[in-house]
Design a protein around this ligand. Structure first.
Ligand code: HXC
Length: 510
């Protein structure tokens, strides 16, 4: 009996050794943790239960039958993060470069199926060389099975992908279909085809970092929702993110103890908006002063910075925040900002996370670059996302809400439940200068007349009261009372129920 028990220990130890000491050292020398070290850090202590530790590949081509390593390049299982169940798979770069074989794919599929059955989030840690070249179509088939499961799980359980090394070929498309992608700076990169293929096909010479590093995907392509300096920081941030997310689309948001009084007022907000309407201010200050304990998890921080998105809590419960940022491009809506916010609104709606929208938007960005870039379609994505959302929508207009952008930013007309404005709000078709130059074109040569007309327009239209007189704004609130007013609105809306007509699915302008 003792021998049998010892044999189990030996086999476990051998599987835990992955691709061997030399490759583990190489992994560390590159500043990367191993798959098991990453999982240890991600999960609560001693909570990780590993599955399929003894799985080996079945390939016999190219002498592969002589090189079998237990686990076959991916560590899979489940555990808890702050007490809540989470499923995980971590590619083990020390075993065949983490490449995906038929059996490797089967391990991931099993975890995906279990996560779906348990209705719990799944996190994938990527560090891999794509399809196992020696397995050919068996590997490609495996990818297809994983992709299909990503799509079936979309909107049912949160799916998070963390890129912690190379991620190429088939490995990029599974993350691309999950809810969030995070990267580690300098040690991770993602691309469909690597620098060598790029050079052959297009003659372009680029490094892996220039082609698909975190600096590219978190700022230019918007593929990544965030980037962190190293494995440890990245994983600790994933623990923090999971705390904000519901386990699935039915459970509702998690509730954590909060020591921040919901009735807390913030007198400093009364002077946040400058007297000069063209002067910027930082909308993040409003978000940080509204959420519990100033704890805000910002997403896509370095992409389309003219709009801010992320999770915070009010009364211990998760809220999604969308806010125009006057500090960047005056908070204008352009193609990138519209896409960024639209995807976030849809995530929140899918997982029953209420949305708070802070509005200070001068309109959509004019110009050929935007129009050629599809501003109509991208803007429509945000309009569509808000219009289709059935979660509680609370909107606060702090300053400008001009033109179509007024409608888009969770206005009453497209489904806003509670719409507030600060006394500094200006809700109109456009700003005073543009408006006066159009409707009083005949007076343009007379500066006195134009000044009088501008004053008249500002007094009449650039206030929250015209909208409030029509009931488009439910109340004009004092800035310092923003947190308590939002908290009360959200509490009132907890049981919100909206029936949308039955259909196969909508046709979002993708
Ligand atoms: C089998 C692989 C492998 C792969 C790496 N290895 N990629 N084994 N299949 N795809 C093995 C190497 O042989 C090596 O084994 C170990 O992993 C580490 O690889 P190195 O090349 O030494 O590491 P490094 O220099 O860091 O380079 C990492 C890398 C490179 C950039 C990922 O290995 C690479 O370019 N690999 C191929 C990437 C690729 O083209 N994959 C196919 C994509 S096509 P030893 O024994 O020496 O440690 C694809 C199609 C799917 O995925 C499409 C579905 C839609």
């Amino acid at each position: 009996m003792k021998d049998i028990l010892d044999r189990l220990d030996e086999r476990r130890a051998s599987a835990r050794g992955g691709g061997g000491k030399r490759r583990i050292e190489a992994q560390h020398q590159r500043g990367k943790l191993t798959a098991r070290e990453r999982i240890d850090l991600l999960m609560d202590r001693n909570s990780f239960e590993e599955f399929d530790m003894f799985i080996e590949h079945r390939s016999t081509d190219f002498g592969m039958e002589k090189t079998k390593i237990a686990g076959d390049g991916v560590v899979t299982g489940w555990g808890t993060i702050n007490g809540r169940s989470v499923f995980v798979f971590a590619k083990d770069f020390t075993v065949f470069g983490g490449s995906l074989s038929e059996t490797h794919a089967q391990k991931i599929m099993k975890i995906q199926d279990m996560a779906m059955r348990a209705r719990a989030p799944i996190i994938g840690l990527f560090d891999a060389g794509g399809a196992r070249i020696q397995e050919g179509v068996a590997a490609l088939g495996g990818y297809g099975e994983v992709f299909k499961r990503n799509v079936v799980a979309s909107g049912v359980i949160p799916q998070i992908s963390v890129i912690m090394g190379p991620c190429a070929g088939g490995d990029v498309y599974s993350p691309a279909m999950t809810d969030f992608i995070f990267m580690v700076r300098d040690t991770s990169y993602m691309f469909v085809t690597g620098p060598d293929v790029v050079k052959t096909v297009t003659n372009e010479i680029v490094t892996a970092e220039e082609l698909g590093g975190a600096s590219v995907h978190a700022t230019k392509s918007s593929i990544a929702d965030g980037a962190y300096d190293n494995d440890v920081e990245c994983i600790l941030q994933m623990r923090r993110l999971i705390d904000f997310l519901p386990a699935n689309s039915a459970d509702g948001v998690p509730e954590w103890p909060s020591f921040d009084n919901v009735d807390r007022t913030e007198p400093s907000l009364d002077t946040l908006v400058p007297d000069n309407p063209n002067k910027p201010y930082d909308i993040k200050e409003l978000i940080l002063k509204t959420v519990d304990e100033g704890d805000f998890f910002e997403l896509s921080e370095t992409f389309a910075r003219n709009i801010v998105i992320g999770f915070g809590r009010i009364a211990g419960r998760t809220v999604g925040f969308v806010a125009n940022q006057p500090m960047v491009l005056a908070g204008v809506l352009d193609c990138d900002a519209s896409r960024k916010a639209a995807r976030f609104v849809r995530f929140c709606d899918a997982f029953n996370i209420p949305i708070v929208t802070f509005v200070d938007v001068p309109g959509f960005l004019p110009g050929t670059a935007q129009e050629y870039g599809g501003l109509i379609k991208h803007g429509a994505k945000l309009l569509f996302a808000y219009s289709q959302a059935t979660v509680p929508l609370v909107t606060v207009i702090t300053r400008k809400a001009f033109g179509g952008a007024y409608d888009v930013m969770a206005s009453k007309h497209i489904g806003g439940d509670v719409n507030y404005a600060w006394p500094t709000a200006q809700i109109a078709v456009m700003g005073a200068k543009g408006a006066v130059e159009i409707i009083f074109r005949a007076d343009i040569g007379d500066p006195e007349k134009i000044a009088a007309r501008t004053r008249e327009y500002e007094e009449r239209f650039l206030s929250p009261f015209i909208a409030a007189e029509r009931g488009y704004i439910d109340d004009v609130i004092m800035p310092h009372a923003t947190r308590p007013r939002i908290a009360r609105a959200l509490a009132m809306l907890r049981g919100k129920t909206v029936e949308m007509p039955g259909r196969k699915h909508d046709n979002l302008p993708v």
